[in-house]
Design a protein around this ligand. Structure first.
Ligand code: ACM
Ligand code: ZN
Length: 562
């Protein structure tokens, strides 16, 4: 602690001058920040790099230096200021300290993530042109101050569905870049679905040949329609590794998901013998929940899952593997002699808490959990895994509201909060549906994202079970990058403050002021974003209706929107 205190003392003299009220626009807002009179011009600043920094940190510092050279047009070392990057073992891995005083910016951390976050904060305090790709004329100063900052939650995630619509490796990297700006550290990659399987398998090549393509896609929400256009793709194992490394260099762990035992129609299309009826099946062209799921009466099903998971864990070093578990109808199992034989053999009976078929899903969850545990991994499952018994060590992802997270904590399990009413970014952002790109439904304006409090409803004392918070971006109705970014931004900025900021630091007015600078950053980086929250609706940004006009519009459409 001694070293941090020295740093604080150095700045205390500076900070004694009157602090400004809103001196910057950092998102997420640092949890402790003092700003003072005075500033440092970092154009041409020399970089002083301390001892003991790892390779990834050194590379990130080099990137920061190169970026400053590009946007200021000054070689590092040609100016007066110094940017010192030094290791401080007294700080936690995601904590950082920044001290800005006469001629000097000091960034201290103990590990990659802290350094990344310290540099990102300094970047956001600079003129927004720092996010551009060319030399810009700006006053390259940061105000004097001291920041000691760390996240409220350890798990700060963003999810992406590349199955309903496919996102290239380059698009996925741009998505991860945004996560890095907002200090997120878990990328939940939903790699398998009824409509497409996206992970290359060497062991099961038909997953690549058959499961990764569908013959067509339904049009909007008319499930009986089909556009007749072959659609799909998959990521090679090299590409998957490339994303793991890319995210890792930005302090982000990739959590892959193999959704089981439901949402498996694409796999069944290739290996119909793994279903209860034997098929035939085809990669699903429509949205919704299929009654066709994996047959749990067959040992081949487990051989297949273990084979796929063995390949998966070789690619993804994440401690947590997401095994899905959501929306698994039990109608096939109820009629399948092999599934019923397994139920009988296991002695499963309907109980107050779960039907025998629900308990059969518990058996799948426990068996896969045990397999992964043998390889040193832990499971995350959607909140349906709470229906029946759950083995210790499982983590629950609460999506059907907050109840799953609350129940998980009450039963002694860890939980990650992704409640759909607050954090499903496929929901609409305004009620003016006629001006919005077609979507799944719902209504989730940015203010509602911002208002989410992860401990609400939780039994006091069980806060430690809430590992963190994540928003989910399902892509049934999102087919272009322009639309994807429109759904993501700026709601992701609000999410970042829910994940990072202590409750007393959160303040929508201050956040909304900061957003104005974020919009300019998106423009410079070529990201699309939604301005519904600013009264400009839809991709075309047409002015919002007046309150009276909106009332008339909603009356005209009564009962049509959820
Ligand atoms: C989910 O949204 N089906 C987890
Ligand atoms: Zn079966």
């Amino acid at each position: 602690m001694k070293k941090i205190l020295t740093l604080i003392a150095g700045v205390a003299i500076v900070a004694a001058c009157a602090p400004k009220e809103q001196p910057h626009s950092v998102i997420p807002q640092p949890n402790s920040m003092e700003i003072a009179e005075g500033e440092v011009n970092v154009a041409g600043a020399a970089f002083e790099i301390g001892e003991g920094l790892d390779e990834l940190t050194l590379a990130a510092v080099k990137d920061f230096e190169a970026r400053l050279e590009t946007v200021t047009g000054r070689k590092a070392g040609s100016g007066k200021a110094v940017i010192a990057i030094s290791k401080n073992e007294d700080l936690a891995p995601e904590q950082y300290a920044v001290a800005i005083s006469e001629g000097k910016v000091v960034i201290e951390a103990s590990a990659l993530n802290g350094f990344l976050y310290g540099m990102e904060t300094v970047k956001q305090m600079l003129p927004v042109e720092v996010y551009g790709s060319a030399k810009a004329s700006a006053k390259w100063t940061v105000p004097f101050g001291f920041i000691l900052d760390q996240p409220r939650f350890a798990y700060r995630g963003m999810h992406l569905d590349p199955c309903r619509h496919f996102w290239t490796i380059e698009e996925t990297k741009r998505y991860i870049d945004l996560m890095a700006i907002y200090k997120m550290n878990r990328f939940h990659w939903h790699l398998t679905e009824d409509q497409g399987w996206r992970m290359e398998s060497k062991k099961y090549p038909r997953l690549n040949e058959i499961s990764s393509y569908r013959d067509g896609t339904c049009i909007k929400n008319d499930f009986e329609s089909n556009d007749g256009i072959r659609y799909g793709g998959y990521y090679t194992q090299d590409e998957l590794r490339e994303i793991v490394a890319y995210a890792g260099s930005k302090g982000i762990t990739v959590i892959p998901e193999i959704d089981l035992p439901g949402h498996m129609v694409a796999a069944l299309a290739a290996y119909p013998e793994l279903g209860c009826t034997g098929g035939p099946y085809k990669v699903w062209p429509r949205w919704g929940v299929s009654e066709d799921v994996l047959c749990i009466g067959k040992e081949e099903t487990f051989e297949f899952l273990e084979g796929v998971l063995t390949e998966l864990i070789d690619i993804f070093p994440s401690e947590y593997i997401h095994i899905g578990g959501d929306e698994c109808p039990k109608v096939r199992w109820a009629e399948c002699p092999l599934c019923q034989r397994r139920i009988k053999k296991l002695g499963l009976r309907d109980s107050d808490r779960a039907t025998k078929e629900q308990q059969l899903q518990c058996y799948v969850t426990a068996r896969i959990q045990k397999f992964l545990a043998k390889h040193g991994r832990k499971i995350i499952g959607w909140d349906e895994i709470l229906e029946g018994d759950l083995e210790p060590g499982a983590t629950v992802m609460s999506w059907r509201g907050v109840q799953g997270g609350i129940e998980a904590a009450n039963r002694g399990f860890d939980a990650i909060m992704t409640p759909s009413p607050f954090l499903y970014f496929d929901y609409y952002q305004s009620w003016e549906r006629d001006k919005e790109p077609f979507g799944i439904g719902g209504y989730l304006p940015i203010e509602k994202v911002y208002s989410y409090e992860p401990y609400d409803g939780l039994t006091p004392g069980l806060e430690g079970h809430i590992l963190g918070v994540q928003a989910n971006l399902w892509t049934e109705y999102i087919a272009t990058e322009e639309h994807l970014e429109y759904m993501l931004l700026p709601r992701m900025c609000a999410l970042s403050e829910v994940q990072w900021c202590d409750p007393e630091v959160r303040d929508y007015e201050r956040f909304h002021t900061s957003l104005q600078k974020a919009y300019k950053m998106f423009d410079l980086m070529g990201y699309n974003y939604c301005l519904d929250g600013e009264g400009l609706i839809g991709l075309d940004r047409t002015p919002a209706r007046s309150e009276e006009e909106l009332e008339v519009y909603l009356k005209e459409n009564e009962g049509k929107f959820w």
